[in-house]
Design a binder for this molecule. Structure first.
Ligand code: FES
Length: 583
């Protein structure tokens, strides 16, 4: 690595930033002069790679609240390597606080990222991402811009500990709220657990969506090894940020772009990794969307086919017992990737951002704790991460996570109890007169991409209080919604097409019989085609939620779950030609 401007001669192509800073005219004066107001000497940005640090810091996104510190470490790394760092903010997406759902704004944030990168004098980008939707939003935007890019995740929180017991983000919120509703714990205990759960900086520390997507960053090769699991509070997270800052400067010289790394092979590696970690169902829509931005063909069938050979190796909540901190100490994602590679389940030659292949990065990775990262021969669960269901209820597919489901419900026929909206479900679910028992199948409509809008994480419907009191802890639930990555249960999600656009889900009525057969990958509504045609003729679409603004743009252009819920006009490759100047 050299700080010498003569390195310019070795670069594969001229620095993009020189279209701004290299000009010896009126515009060059503008571009350089305004940066000099920070006291920066000209030789810091003239002829050196200009690196954007794309930051999703926000006090409204508590999981990313430590990102100013991480950004500073990236900045030092860029300076170490002779680059010139410029930090810039983009829309942040706080999973917990945003309404109606952060997913509604994922595509908006991705557009912010893409256009910010393209509009500015940048040669490479470091993406700082953590809370659930910030990772796919930044990856989608950066993939479209296609400048050299490296992803740095913020890292998970330390373990939650309540009265001596380990508690995990989301997972124990769900179980404790059901205990509260069942009268098994007091409100004071509930409040005490809140402080005990989120006790450090970082993202949810279960294998929820944030940790899953951080793992995807590593498995795709777009982040450095160990990106997935180093806790936010561990100094090695800052070290990883600094090394990423150094490395991005080299990547600019090599012109190593997302389109070189995020290939079909990389996505296949990520999908198998998703199964091996028992990762979030949300990763399905996010991976489909990221692939779409690069013109990589990927479908739901790929998830089902690639996941079938893979066991769930990590015993982490919500499917298991441990948390991300334990996962890191056990060896983290490199140990999982090594196990997959040794079984021929990785494309070993997939390139990664550090210039090595994925296999070179993990071939000697140790596993320090085989309780947390189980051996492939004796896996935590043989039913791996994601199964794709089809049938007359979901012609374009639906998703279930077998590792988080109840084995006795994996093949089951039950009577449908239907809710037309999430509000109707909340009003009815604790009504003692609701005609429901543990063998029924709860069906929720109008919570898909257009229906909610934003495809909220409401698919794991709360169980009726009267059944909770009887000791029921799981039932089959079917919807066009998503589910939090920290949630669990026999929950069929992402039914496509969604009810709001007239998918068969819209036609289900109370009392219909439905069969779920995960082994056969089938979801069948026992209603004749003739009766369904009659119901369809009588069906009227719900009134649209939005008539103006971003939400109208969203509803008009969002694709269905089987297409990644991206906007139709954002699919396909784009790149970052230097825009015209404004004078
Ligand atoms: Fe931010 Fe879970 S709420 S990662």
């Amino acid at each position: 690595m050299s700080n010498d401007n003569s390195k310019q001669a070795d670069r594969k192509k001229p620095l993009r930033s020189q279209a701004w800073f290299g000009r010896q005219d009126k515009m060059g004066f503008y571009y350089r002069s305004f940066l000099k107001n920070s006291g920066t000497p000209q030789d810091r940005f003239e002829g050196r790679p200009v690196i954007g640090i794309c930051n999703t810091w926000s006090e409204l996104t508590p999981c990313n609240a430590h990102f100013r510190v991480i950004a500073e470490h990236v900045r030092q790394g860029v300076l170490d390597a002779g680059g010139y760092p410029l930090e810039f903010p983009v829309s942040s997406l706080g999973e917990v606080t945003m309404r109606p759902t952060a997913m509604l704004f994922r595509n908006l944030a991705s557009m912010d990222v893409e256009e910010a990168i393209r509009a500015h004098p940048l040669d490479g980008v470091v993406l700082l991402m953590g809370c659930d939707k910030t990772t796919p939003a930044l990856l989608m935007g950066a993939a479209s811009a296609d400048l050299p890019t490296i992803g740095v995740s913020g890292g998970p929180q330390l373990r939650g500990v309540y009265r001596g017991q380990i508690i995990g983000s989301g997972t124990n919120i769900i179980s404790m709220s059901e205990q509260l509703r069942a009268g098994e714990i007091t409100l004071a205990e509930f409040h005490e657990a809140e402080a005990a759960m989120n006790r450090s900086a970082g993202s949810c520390m279960t294998m929820g969506t944030a940790s899953t997507m951080a793992s995807m960053v590593e498995a795709l090769g777009i982040g450095l090894p160990e990106n997935a699991a180093i806790p936010a509070a561990d100094a090695r997270r800052n070290l990883l940020a600094r090394m990423s800052g150094r490395r991005i400067v080299e990547m600019v010289g090599e012109d190593l772009k997302p389109s070189d790394i995020l290939t079909r092979a990389a996505f296949e590696n990520a999908i198998r990794t998703l199964a091996a970690i028992g990762g979030s169902t949300n990763a399905v829509v996010h991976l489909l969307a990221i692939a779409g931005r690069l013109g990589v063909e990927l479908s739901l069938d790929d998830f089902d086919r690639l996941c079938r050979d893979v066991h769930c190796l990590v015993d982490l909540m919500p499917s298991g017992r441990f948390l991300m901190e334990d996962f890191y100490y056990a060896g983290g994602l490199p140990a999982v990737l090594r196990a997959l590679g040794e079984r021929g389940l990785l494309h070993k030659d997939a390139p990664t951002v550090n210039g090595k292949t994925l296999w070179q990065n993990v071939e000697s990775a140790p596993n320090w704790n085989s309780e947390v990262i189980t051996p492939f021969e004796t896996p935590f669960k043989t039913e791996a991460g994601i199964a794709i269901l089809t049938g007359n209820l979901a012609p374009n597919g639906a998703v279930i996570k077998p590792s988080a489901a109840s084995p006795e419900l994996m093949r089951h026929t039950g009577r449908a109890v239907v809710f037309e909206s999430v509000e109707e479900m909340h009003d009815a679910v604790d009504d003692e007169s609701l005609d429901i028992d543990a063998s029924c199948i709860m069906v929720l409509k109008n919570c898909g991409p257009k229906g909610y809008p934003g495809m909220a994480e409401v698919g794991n419907m709360p169980l009726p209080a009267k059944l909770l009191r009887q000791g029921v802890r799981d039932m089959i639930r079917i919807s066009d919604a998503r589910m939090s990555g920290t949630a669990y249960g026999t929950v069929v999600l992402h039914v496509a097409p969604e009810a709001t656009v007239g998918g068969p889900l819209a036609l289900v009525k109370n009392g219909d019989m439905i069969t779920l057969d995960v082994t056969a990958r089938s979801l069948h509504l026992h209603v004749s085609d003739e009766e369904l045609a009659t119901r369809r003729a009588a069906w009227t679409p719900p009134k649209p939620h939005a008539a103006r603004g971003y939400q109208k743009l969203y509803v008009d252009h969002v694709l269905q779950a089987d297409r990644g819920v991206d906007f139709d006009f954002l699919v396909g490759r784009s790149g970052s030609p230097v825009p015209r100047d404004n004078h």
